[in-house]
Design a protein around this ligand. Sequence first.
Ligand code: IMP
Length: 432
Amino acid sequence: MSLDMIIGTQWGDEGKGHITDLLAAKADIIARFSGGDNAGHTITIAGEVFKLHLIPSGIIHPGVTCLIGSGVVVNPAVMLREMAGLAQRGVDVGPGRLKLSRKAHLITPAHIALDKAREKERGAGAIGTTQRGIGPAYTDKVARSGLRAGLLDKPEELAEAIYAHINEKNRILTELYGEEPLDATAVSADYAHYAQQLAPHLVECGLMLDDALQNGRFVLAEGAQGTLLDIDHGTYPFVTSSAPTAGGALTGLGVGPKNVGRIIGVAKAFSSRVGSGPFITELDGELAMRLRGTGANPWDEYGTTTGRPRRVGWLDLNVLHHARRVNSLTEFVVTKLDILSGIAEIPVCVAYDLHGQRINYLPSSLEELAQCQPIYETLPGWDEDIMQVRHLADLPANARRYVEFIVEQTAVPVSHISVGPGREQFIPVTNL
Ligand code: IMP
């Protein structure tokens, strides 16, 4: 068997949880490979809506082993909180099925304080981070001064390392940003406590996955965020601090490319973005409200982690071309097609105009990107409610045409279409 990947093709929030849920039933291991609790997915357990930020959503499938991989940054307090919430609902989160890579890095309260202080300092130029300490934790990792999860089974070493870490960050927090210092003794005591509970979950991530793959197991890499938030290939600096792309899945898990099977790019039928940064097809006014929803439903366009209303806009095929190039996508899963029902004419951005030239890529310079104008093709809409459709043949002709247009333009097949938040609201596609 192989390693399949689920990758966000836009700015995150594409609805990756939905296809993960569908494939999870067949998976032996589901692994997160990048990011941390900046991600968010909403799952339903026994009719109850539950939000997870760190633990792979596959945890609700009995028999699947969940792994928080080496490329992830982990806030141990969040991990324990999510474990407790799941355990309360009868989900097994024991060390037999929930594993944490020794090479993952720990997020501390100092990382969170620094994330907030740096955002405040950026003022109008703020990135709009989730303020979960993600950037500062990755900064320490790359500066080779991070705290790895492997320390969790060496409580004395961990306590010393945390104490020194908090004291060092306190100097930055107080002297550079004028913030209050943190209590190093209290934080190291907290981490000693977390360590006791999390140490049994530690594993050698690459070894575990190699063993699984050699033995014919099916591993599913569950992406967080999206390609346009990639630290290298996103709209830098308005990005996250890790690689939510196919390459990031390999480095974040410690396995090589020969194991890879399907690389599934999840593309929402329109675009959304939380936080600052370029967004060529962004809409405002009534149409934006229409795409965003009111917030009354958990699947409306409001941040799962921050609750912020998401910026929304038309589908941008340049973004999908970019995702295809960066990730070698084998297929798209198109999500939230039902949200477009009732819009008479649907513009799709097919290229940008940059100084009179038609381009099919995103310029890496933010200045140039800001000068790009979307070139739209307008497709006819459909009025029918498609949320109950389960077969391609039953989709209104124009809804089908919309998906066919994506396939024609990107030369990437579509394998599934989602038409609602429910587990069963999926249309398998065989012959588009
Ligand atoms: P950070 O990852 O908290 O540092 O935030 C950096 C940028 O990535 C901000 O614009 C966030 O809104 C965005 N971001 C991070 N995680 C997600 C996600 O899971 N979905 C959508 N946007 C995200």
